[in-house]
Each structure stands twice: as structure tokens, then as C-alpha cells.
Design a protein around this ligand. Structure first.
Ligand code: ZN
Length: 260
């Protein structure tokens, strides 16, 4: 979700490569993709920093719900070496994010949209799908940096020994992004892919994938209610009719994987 993927193509000139084949085939078979160990390490470090910076929610109901959802999803997701961790942060914005290495953060404000466990599973499965599809690395390879709160951006630039000037440019671009409150998104293709992979994961974990369509519609309604300004998450996850349609089109496949 918010995940903060920054479009910094001119900054990180790593060269581009052809997009990888889809992480899920038309039958719903999911391919698991490992992030490089350096990206995983950066993800883990960033999550540590984020936890120190933000207030972790003590709402026992939210925490219990997230841990139940996470436990069920983890059982059906085999990502070797993942150090899964699912944390609720005190933040009214309905939002969530994922980091390489297996870290997922969910804002307390998300729960008023998810409303039930299947709704939450939709979002968490989508985030896990970004991780298992190694979307962050694809972005980095395409010359785009990944960041949450500006932290990983610097980590990546540092690890690549970027010149001071480059770091400043990145900082300026990042600053612009934060000022606007906009987290630049994963690519649209990656978002659609995370939706599909997420549908399969939630179905296998015993959550009715039809609930995903309902959840994203609720999210869309909330967003419209807020005059299109209600959620950073939705600025990076446009819930237009194309996206809802893509979910509905993939539902029959996901339902074949559904184990109530
Ligand atoms: Zn996403």
C-alpha cells in the first residue's frame, strides 16, 4: 500500500530491463520471487527504523485481528527465509505497506474500511503479494527507488555509493513527494498483479475472495466521499472501474482455490 515507491528514474540510473513474466498464471498458480539479500536487509532495517519512529497501536482487537489474518496467510505463502512481521501502527490514515524481507505495516485507520477479517485479509494478502512478487526490486532495477518515510531511499543510494549530489537530488524529489502527501506508486501492472496474487492467497487461506471486490469498492466509496483526497493509499492504488473489473474477471479463478 503506501509503500512508497518513488519514481526517481533520473536519479538511479541502473538501466532498465524487460518486465518479468506475470507472477500468477491464468490458472492461479503463483510464482514466488525472492528479493536479493541486500534488498531484504534494507527492508528489515527500514522496518526497524519505522517502528522506532511511529507509535505502535495497542488496540488489542486490531492486533488480534491482524495476527489471525497473518497466521492464516503465512500458512499458504512459502517464501523461504522470510522474516514475517505484521504490525499495527497508530495512524488515522487508512493505509498499509510492505517491505522486502517479509514486513507488513497496517495503520489503525485502515480498520474502519476493512470492517471484517476478510476485508483485512484482502489488504494484507495484497501487501504480501508485493513481497512475494519481488515488486520492490523490479522497481529498483527499473531505476526507481523504494521508500517509506524517506528512509530506504537513502539506504539504497548509500549502498550504491551514490555521490552526495545525487543524494541531494533524491532528497529534493522526495521532499516534493512528501509535501504533496503523495507516495508514488508501484506500477499499475504491479498493482494489478498484487491484486490477483492476493486474491489467490486469501482464497487459499480460507477467505472468500468475493470479499476482496467488496473491500475495494468500500475503499473507492470512502475515497470519493473524501473528495478524492481521503487516502494516500488510494492515490497510489487507483480504484477505477478497470481495476475492479480486473478483480471481478479473476474471481472465478480465485474461487477454484478457495478452501472455506
Ligand atoms: Zn499495492
Amino acid at each position: 500500500m503506501r509503500l512508497a515507491i518513488f519514481l526517481l528514474a533520473p536519479v538511479l540510473a541502473l538501466g532498465s530491463c524487460a518486465p518479468p513474466p506475470p507472477a500468477v498464471d491464468p490458472s492461479g498458480n503463483v510464482e514466488i520471487r525472492q528479493a536479493s539479500s541486500s534488498l531484504q536487509t534494507q527492508g528489515l532495517q527500514l522496518f526497524q527504523q519505522y517502528k522506532q519512529k511511529k507509535t505502535i497501536s495497542r488496540n488489542s482487537s486490531y492486533n488480534a485481528q491482524l495476527q489471525r489474518v497473518a497466521t492464516r496467510l503465512r500458512r499458504v505463502v512459502n517464501l523461504p527465509g522470510a522474516r514475517w512481521e505484521f504490525v499495527v501502527f497508530e495512524d488515522k490514515t487508512p493505509n498499509a505497506f510492505a517491505l522486502p524481507g517479509g514486513k507488513v505495516g497496517v495503520n489503525s485507520g485502515l480498520f474502519r474500511i476493512t470492517r471484517n477479517e476478510a476485508g483485512l485479509a484482502t489488504v494484507v494478502a495484497h501487501e504480501i503479494a508485493h513481497i512475494t512478487s519481488n515488486h520492490a526490486e523490479a522497481r529498483v532495477q527499473q531505476g526507481q527507488a523504494v521508500a517509506v518515510g524517506g528512509l530506504i531511499l537513502d539506504a539504497i543510494l548509500n549502498s550504491q555509493g551514490a555521490a552526495e549530489g545525487t543524494r541531494q537530488t533524491a532528497g529534493q524529489i522526495y521532499g516534493t513527494g512528501t509535501k504533496l502527501g503523495a507516495e508514488l506508486p508501484f506500477s499499475r501492472v504491479q498493482e494489478l498483479e498484487a491484486d490477483k496474487v492476493g486474491l489467490i492467497f486469501m482464497a487459499k487461506a480460507g477467505y472468500d475472495p468475493r470479499e476482496a471486490v467488496a473491500l475495494w469498492k468500500r475503499f473507492g466509496a470512502y475515497h470519493r466521499q473524501q473528495g478524492g483526497q481521503g487516502s494516500e493509499f488510494l492515490r497510489t492504488h487507483p480504484l477505477d472501474s478497470t481495476r475492479i473489473q480486473a478483480l471481478e474477471d479473476f474471481l472465478p479463478v480465485a474461487l477454484r482455490h478457495y478452501r472455506p
